[in-house]
Design a protein around this ligand. Sequence first.
Ligand SMILES: [Cu+2]
Length: 118
Amino acid sequence: MMASRTAKFLAVPLALALILTCSSVTALRAQEETFTLTIKDHRFSTARLELPAGKKIKLVVKNLDPTPEEFESVKLNREKVIPGGGEIVLILGPLSPGTYDFFGEFHAETAKGEFVVK
Ligand SMILES: [Cu+2]
């Protein structure tokens, strides 16, 4: 009898704690604004992308070329291969205002761009 009462007593705050944890995770995810870059003919589009300062950003890079490319930004400390026809997702920030250049390492002559963070 005592055991089941104790169990009920604990079950409510535990359930509430779970609900609160789950909703705050959802809220955090929702805060990330999504931006997309595409690669075609070994060029980035958009080559100059404005991003908001001080926020977490979800960056999707889609490679529309049949050959692999490597997204690289020294300033952002990111380097990731995107297979031909594939895409990658990067979580960036919060970033300080400024200009952050990036390039496709496999076609660095043409695949260049920059983020302008404001
Ligand atoms: Cu590299």
